[in-house]
Design a protein around this ligand. Structure first.
Ligand SMILES: C[S@@+](CC[C@H](N)C(=O)[O-])C[C@H]1O[C@@H](n2cnc3c(N)ncnc32)[C@H](O)[C@@H]1O
Length: 248
């Protein structure tokens, strides 16, 4: 008989396990156990996945254009093929970027090389990496589409990571699936997700839920992402919230 829970981290790992079989079956989980899913996801680069295009998020570009965030140290959390990390590095940021998938990181490294920018990539679970790997403090943490793949209990790890690495006065630029009309993602309550043991391909959020989760932060802007046409140099799909939060 195993007794596996002694610390809060043990509880979080136990809860991760509830979603692990769904992860292997359908890739619903994006913590450590989701690695295989994400590796497979990035293997065929020719798939028509909108965020495979090497374009930064339209909201992120406007934060820079409007002077809402200034060049400094940045962390791209769940960077994928590094659309945003490469953009930030090209705009004078010193960028660290982390992703669970080694296949994504290999693609991201190629893209940074081709763009002639330096990005410090790390492969691993952002919430389990030793502190020395994500040194911070960062002036900007960018998360485009990672947060909404986390199971509810991992919000605790997420907020704790921000607490450790985000500088006072620093910003979190977040995009997450929008609940409601024209949105995307699972609208099950947190409790239902644990009953179903399935994250349904990502969680939908309301603006109120994001405000509540990030209530320790000042809201600078929270709006839907603006759709961009295929010829645009910016990435924009209408089913995401974009939020810029500032830490006091
Ligand atoms: C929807 S993709 C978005 C990728 C990238 N941000 C973009 O917009 O192109 C979500 C990414 O989060 C990564 N991810 C999920 N959970 C993670 C974790 N715990 N630590 C690091 N990366 C994670 C996945 O590997 C995947 O690349």
């Amino acid at each position: 008989m195993d007794r596996t829970v002694r610390t809060v981290e043990d509880v979080l790992a136990l809860l991760d396990g509830l979603f692990a079989s769904a992860s292997e079956a359908g890739g619903r989980l994006a913590t450590g156990d989701g690695r295989g899913f994400w590796d497979r996801f990035y293997t065929d680069r020719s798939r028509p996945v909108p965020f495979f295009a090497a374009k930064p998020d339209e909201n992120l570009a406007t934060y820079l254009d409007r002077g809402l965030v200034a060049a400094g140290r940045a962390l791209d959390l769940g960077c994928g093929a590094a659309r945003n990390a490469v953009y930030l590095a090209a705009h004078g940021f010193e960028v660290d970027a982390v992703d669970l998938s080694s296949v994504a990181v290999a693609w991201a490294e190629e893209r940074a090389r081709e763009a002639g920018v330096g990005v410090r990539f790390r492969c691993g679970d952002a919430f389990a990496l030793p502190d020395a790997e994500l040194t911070g403090p960062y002036d900007l943490v960018v998360d485009s589409g990672c947060f909404h793949h986390l199971p509810p209990h991992r919000r605790v790890s997420y907020l704790s990571l921000l607490d450790r690495v985000l500088a006072p006065g620093g910003h979190l630029a977040l995009t997450a699936f929008a609940a409601g009309e024209g949105g995307m993602g699972s609208e099950h309550t947190d409790a239902e997700l644990y009953r179903e043991r399935d994250l349904g391909g990502g969680l939908a959020y309301t603006p109120e839920s994001l405000r509540w989760i990030f209530s320790e932060f000042e809201e600078v802007e929270l709006r839907r992402m603006r759709a961009t046409p295929p010829e645009s140099t910016l990435f924009g799909v209408p089913f995401l919230w974009t939020a810029l939060f500032r830490r006091d």
